[in-house]
Ligand binder design. Sequence first.
Ligand SMILES: [Zn+2]
Length: 348
Amino acid sequence: MQLLHTFRAMVNKAIEICLAEKVNGRLNLRNRIYREFRERYGVLSSYPYSVAEIAWSIVKKHRRWQRKPVAQRLMLKMDCASYSLNNGSLSLPHRKNGRIHIPLTFGDYQRLFLTDPGLKRGSLTMTSVTIIISFSKESVRIEPLSKVGIDLNEKSAVLSDGTRYDLSEVARLHTEYGIRRRRFYRKHPHDERLKKKFSINSREKARVNQLLNRVSKTIVQKAREKSQAIVLERLKGIRYASRRGNGKSRASRRRLALWPFRQLQHQIGYKANWEGLPVEYVSGSWTSKTCSNCGNINRGLKLSDRSWRCPCGATHDRDYNAAQNIVARSKIECLPAVLAGAQSDVKL
Ligand SMILES: [Zn+2]
């Protein structure tokens, strides 16, 4: 805990220096604080490096938010060379007694990562309750035999092969917790401390996260089995749909703003990368309104229209049609099925 507090103090001091002296860039900041911090805080040289990294990222965010930048959370970050792991015990450098040893508790899933020789250990992030270790691996890129497009909407994830994953539970959870939160504020309107605690509701986050992780895992697993490239919509500006004055109700805007599109996208993206599956992002404009059969655009289609009929005769399910359009916009080249099937017969 003492180390965490010192680390946070160092980050805040670095932010101060960065702003006062207009230091630009993570490396410049590190060079600026390196000597001074070693003398002032007396810690090993590995700390100022990650201090500069975190301080700089907070300063950068601050430019967007225009809020006084400050590190509030108790956390510490270290690069892979500065800590070591031995028999489930974490060893960190510390000034006075050389190194601190922290026994770790973890389950079978975590053990898989710690014992896999094919993985490279990365940075370590520590908070007062958790330790996060990042791992990387060189994945072998899979040559796709086919591709699958995914349409993400408020209620479901629909694949271009017709599979549908229900996500209405996510919206339901947000509504449920939203009601609880409002009820709570009405009862305790002036309790700032509890309000803060409530607004970063970790239970809600954990439940949503678990749900999304299950869906993204299944999607990637199935794509892996079929050697499919994954095609997703580029989600730039999705949050715009949740701004005021777009004709949607407050409740609907709230759900849209909270709906973790990006989170699910991100999960699918990194899980696919981990497996070596190619991922492509295509433009998401008009995907729902374009007929995947003839290309005609149905400008009158409303968000409430779940299915529609095109003048060309095709009948569309809204989301399935969007997934078809997404996969059609992909430029990834697939191995021809014949060649792929015959590959094992080729002798060189
Ligand atoms: Zn049509």
